[in-house]
Ligand binder design. Structure first.
Ligand code: FUB
Ligand code: ZN
Length: 661
């Protein structure tokens, strides 16, 4: 389709800007290199090669199975045909809910992240084919959406609280930027710019009112500003976050609560409403803060972060307790079997904490990222790579939880883009040196912020083993700091660090929950060793989490564990309690079980008569009676559940000191 002359001139100017930038290969998952209020800076995905280890099989499966099979599903369910029919190439009705375009764009973003790690001609060809199909459906104005067309055309932008028009285009822009950063090709990006320009030219305080409804576009706009230098996109993100249009758009109080938009972001004091929207809005607001330094944003982000981690986040890093409205509950409302914990919400939690880490440089954000990544996100995709959880409960009676397709198929491509972009989160840089955020065998090939080349080789079997070896290779001997994250989970355990002398640190000993700064004149080939103690840890929840009263959860390293029925032959796991008799855990790595996992065993007590045979209420006696038989409880990592036949599962396990042989 042809676009107007003015639009072409603008695109020409924009491309000159982009070309002058010439930096498309140096950008990370988000590009904060020039963000004045970012304390840390992302390194590009291609600068980190991930070697063998915990994530390698999953990442390979992502490329070989998940990404291709999901495209087949998207095609089969009409998501691509929704575009083709607008071009007159398919005579079929439009299919799927109003946000299906976004699922294809998210899939494309996953592909673009894969391509940032190295070329894959087949995937690149698919991306280009889809770009052609998508752009052919774009209207001369820049508008693009397969749902709000034909008889619905007059309704465009009239139901923004639910329309997903900006949500969809936000995902297109993110995919386009990721592809531009992979290949330098900006065809899709130009399409995204056309829509963004349409928005900034026609909407705003003195123009038509806009609202995201489902936040997402804010993140995309800030990234577009970072990519093009066009300040209008940043300002438009600020306008959307300001929620000023709630009156012009006649939003009801309920809509405002649910949407996490339509109310000034900076007036928020707690998380409520739709969890994914809340996480995406917070991510966009953090992006906005990193560009503007607006203190009101920082204050709100801190307040919300504390609201989340003090009362509304599952131990798995999942968020969103309620199915109704896919929403947050009250503080401490964290049911287990009913937990919603949408995969996208855990992903949103990681995306937000990644941005907070870049903004403030504090390890507490990387702790949340790691928690979500290894648990509430990781559970979202089957080990086969072709089945997905939409919900991620912490207890199950054995309902089927994984499917290859959902009509609302937001989670599968979201999981794929996280796995594809993983190298980009492992390291970052700051003015004083390099940060090791996450642990995995990998090589960083990048440079310090003063331009000195740096190579860091990391060797580890984390999270199964706690030893991490780093070989630091600056291009020449240079004075800088290496910041190694000491996870909060290592509190109460021993952390050993061996660094070549001489060096200086701010703390005498590494402190859990902080980056350990090692400052020295690093010479090529310098080696350091860190040893985390991977011992099983029993955790209790705040007593205000009623569902977890009298129960414990098990963690080891960054992993949350669970009991699943196939590992507990001979008894119903809901009749079992962890028996605290001082015998402790026995661990064994089982290479053939569930892709290779560390299994943890502990003594348990199983009631002699199943609880289901008891009356609902019975007289209270002084001592809670739990005569039982001692059994071995076998715990597996939570992420690996639901990879066998559907069966019972439990994260929070009753706890007892009574057990009879
Ligand atoms: O509305 C688009 C996506 O579908 C949301 O992010 C998910 O929560 C699901 O509702
Ligand atoms: Zn989802």
């Amino acid at each position: 389709m042809r676009h107007s002359r003015i639009a072409s001139l603008f695109l020409l100017a924009a491309s000159l800007l982009l070309a002058a930038d010439g930096d498309w290969q140096s950008e990370g998952v988000v590009s904060v290199a020039h963000s004045p209020y970012a304390k840390l800076h992302a390194v590009p995905i291609h600068a980190v090669k991930m070697g063998d280890g915990f994530w390698s099989a999953r990442r390979a499966t992502n490329v070989e199975k998940s990404i291709p099979t999901l495209l087949a599903e998207l095609e089969q369910h009409g998501v691509v045909a929704n575009f083709l029919r607008l071009e007159g190439k398919k005579d079929v009705p439009r299919r799927g809910p109003l946000y299906t375009d976004s699922d294809l764009y998210k899939w494309m973003e996953a592909v673009a992240f894969v391509l940032q790690s190295g070329d894959q001609p087949k995937l690149r060809a698919e991306f280009d084919r889809l770009t052609g199909i998508i752009l052919a459906a774009q209207e001369p104005s820049g508008y693009l959406n397969t749902y709000w067309t034909e008889e619905r055309t007059p309704k465009r932008f009239t139901e923004m609280y639910r329309s997903h028009e900006l949500y969809c285009i936000g995902h297109l822009i993110q995919a386009a930027i990721a592809y531009y950063r992979a290949t330098g090709d900006r065809k899709l990006l130009d399409g995204g710019i056309r829509f963004a320009n349409y928005m900034v030219e026609n909407f705003g305080p003195q123009k038509r009112p806009a609202l995201t409804g489902h936040p997402e576009f804010e993140m995309a706009l800030v990234e577009l500003y970072r990519t093009t230098g066009d300040r209008r996109y940043l300002d438009f993100a600020g306008y959307l976050l300001s929620g000023v249009e709630r009156e012009r758009l006649h939003l009801t109080a309920d809509q405002i609560t649910y949407l996490f938009s339509g109310k000034p972001f900076t007036s928020r004091t707690e998380f409520e409403g739709h969890a994914v929207r809340a996480m995406y809005a917070s991510s966009g607001a953090t992006d906005y803060y990193m560009e503007t330094g607006d203190p009101a944003y920082l204050k709100t982000l801190e307040t919300l972060w504390r609201d989340l981690v003090n009362g509304k986040m599952y131990i798995t890093g999942g968020v969103g307790s309620r199915e109704a409205g896919e929403a947050f509950g009250e503080a401490y409302e964290l049911p287990n079997a009913q937990a919603y914990g949408e995969s996208c919400a855990a992903i949103g939690n990681m995306m937000w904490n990644w941005r907070m880490l870049l903004a403030l440089g504090e390890s507490r954000f990387a702790d949340v990222m790691e928690r979500a990544l290894y648990n509430g996100i990781n559970s979202g995709m089957s080990l086969s790579g072709t089945l997905y959880c939409y919900r991620n409960p912490l207890e199950s009676s054995g309902e089927k939880i994984r499917n290859e397709w959902y009509d609302t198929t937001c989670c599968p491509p979201n999981l794929e883009r996280i796995l594809a972009s993983l190298p980009g989160y492992l390291y970052s840089t700051g003015p004083k040196g390099v940060y090791v955020n996450l642990f995995h065998t990998s090589t960083l090939d990048w440079h310090l912020e003063n331009g000195t080349g740096i190579r860091i080789a990391q060797q580890t079997e984390y999270p199964w083993k706690g030893a991490v070896d780093l070989t630091v290779d600056p291009a020449h001997a240079a004075e800088f700091s290496l910041f190694v994250r000491i996870p909060a989970w290592s509190d109460g355990t021993t952390v050993g660090v061996k660094v070549p002398a001489p060096f200086s640190t701010r703390q005498d000993t590494p402190k859990a929950g902080e980056y350990f700064e090692i400052h020295r004149r690093w010479k090529p080939g310098d080696k350091m060793h860190i040893e985390f103690e991977m011992k099983p840890r029993l955790v209790r929840a705040n007593p205000l989490v009623r569902e977890d009263a009298g129960r414990v959860a098990l963690e080891c390293g960054p992993l949350v564990y669970c009991l699943e029925q196939p590992d507990q032959p001979g008894f119903n796991l809901f009749d079992a309690a962890l028996l605290d008799d001082g015998t402790g855990f026995v661990s064994a790595f089982q290479p053939d079980l569930l892709g290779g996992i560390m299994v943890l065993k502990h003594r348990g007590s199983v009631v002699d008569r199943p609880f289901s045979s008891e009356p609902l209420y019975r007289p209270f006696r002084e001592q809670f009676e739990r005569p039982g038989t001692v059994v071995a409880l076998t715990f597996i990592p939570y992420y690996a559940w639901a990879n066998r036949e559907p069966s019972r599962m439990e994260v929070w396990v009753p706890y007892t000191t009574v057990g009879t042989e």
